[in-house]
Design a binder for this molecule. Structure first.
Ligand code: SAH
Ligand code: SF4
Length: 348
């Protein structure tokens, strides 16, 4: 175990057997987390970068088995936030000192190229960095968003096990998802991806493949979330993923991709009140405080139990700031671009 960690700290390269060894190790994962923390400090420093998350539509044409926004969840009240309200929220984000906003939604075809490019241009006019997380689109659509000013895109591969992916995402194709990631990379986006940990039927081997895939695809950001069963989905009776395993997958990802951005995810915090703090001390350097208006939050339930559901944007941000201060970390004062992306684009 120590040998593997030393190798990872020095070379940032591990083979599948070594990764499986780390994931399966029954001894305390403290050494793994400490190694990831060390690499995080060395490559991306003490700063935690904040991204204001706006969940602007919960309407989705897809039917992912694990997700509360799936189209067959007829019990869910659906909403879309209009352009002016989105822009007002982004402006408020700027006034609260945030440098990046993330626009996330279900796959909602209402937001076509003209609508999205207007919103993107509006947000960019405030001098904010902008991340989109709106699902699978055509090359032409990604290109139009990029030209309008979008900087980053988050699209998780969810799992690299093609069979498991296609069982859990009916009507979707794993190859198509990968093609989206390639298109985004080609268009010069900072590419964010990631996976779910603990999907029913997922193996340790496949989690190791996920980590190797992130490196292979040269991702600039990786978000790892434990799967949390939602009562209005076909997976309602499945067991939740383990926080410990999700933290391990995240820590190994930091070892192999030392200069990327890694969020302490909301799903981690949902499983334990100190989930994000543990993540920040095991390789993470980003938090995405929710700045969606309180009235909409209860309807954006990818999974149940999100701790920030009743909060206002200002309260969510304050909670996150307090958390970061409590462990002696600092808040990033710049846009917090991926250091890896900056190196590759010769901006540093
Ligand atoms: N529709 C877009 C973005 C919104 S979903 C997309 O799918 O890419 C954002 C992420 O929520 C998904 O990538 C998935 O990993 C996560 N998610 C969905 N349901 C979840 C659940 N039950 N538990 C944990 N994470 C979940
Ligand atoms: Fe839609 Fe994304 Fe949920 Fe799948 S994970 S149902 S694409 S919102």
């Amino acid at each position: 175990m120590r040998d593997i960690l030393e190798k990872a700290i020095e070379t940032h390269s591990l083979n599948k057997t070594e990764i499986i060894g780390l994931l399966n190790s029954r001894t305390d994962a403290g050494d793994l987390f400490a190694a990831a923390d060390l690499v995080r400090r060395k490559f991306v420093g003490a700063d935690v970068h904040l991204r204001g998350l706006i969940e602007f539509s919960n309407i989705c044409k897809n039917n992912c088995l694990y997700c509360g926004l799936r189209r067959d969840n007829k019990a869910l009240e659906r909403y879309r936030i209009d352009k002016n309200t989105i822009l007002a929220l982004a402006k408020h984000a700027k006034s609260m000192g945030l440098k990046t906003v993330v626009l996330q939604s279900g796959e909602d075809v209402y937001f076509d190229i003209p609508k999205m490019t207007e919103i993107i241009a509006g947000i960019k006019s405030f001098g904010l960095a902008l991340t989109l997380s709106t699902g699978e689109k055509s090359f032409r659509e990604y290109e139009a968003y990029r030209k309008a000013g979008a900087d980053r895109f988050l699209i998780r591969i969810e799992t690299t096990d093609k069979k498991l992916y296609e069982e859990n995402d009916p009507g979707m194709s794993w190859e198509r998802r990968v093609q989206c990631m390639r298109d985004l990379k080609k268009l010069g986006y900072e590419l964010g991806s990631g996976c779910l940990v603990g999907l029913p039927g997922q193996t340790t081997e496949s989690l190791a493949d996920d980590i190797l895939f992130f490196k292979d695809m040269s991702c600039d950001m990786i978000g790892i979330g434990p799967f949390i069963p939602h009562p209005q989905t076909p997976l309602k009776n499945a067991a939740a993923g383990s926080l410990e395993t999700a933290l391990k997958v995240m820590a190994i990802t930091r070892l192999l991709l030392p200069d990327i951005n890694i969020p302490a995810t909301t799903a981690m915090e949902t499983l334990a009140p100190d989930g994000q703090i543990r993540a920040l001390q095991a390789g993470a350097n980003v938090i995405m405080p929710n700045i969606t208006l309180t009235q909409f939050r209860q309807y954006y339930q990818l999974y149940p139990g999100k701790t920030t559901t009743g909060y206002t944007p200002d309260q969510s941000l304050q909670k996150v700031r307090d958390k970061i201060a409590s462990i002696g970390r600092t808040i990033g004062q710049d846009a917090g671009q991926s250091k890896k992306w900056l190196k590759e684009h010769n901006n540093q």
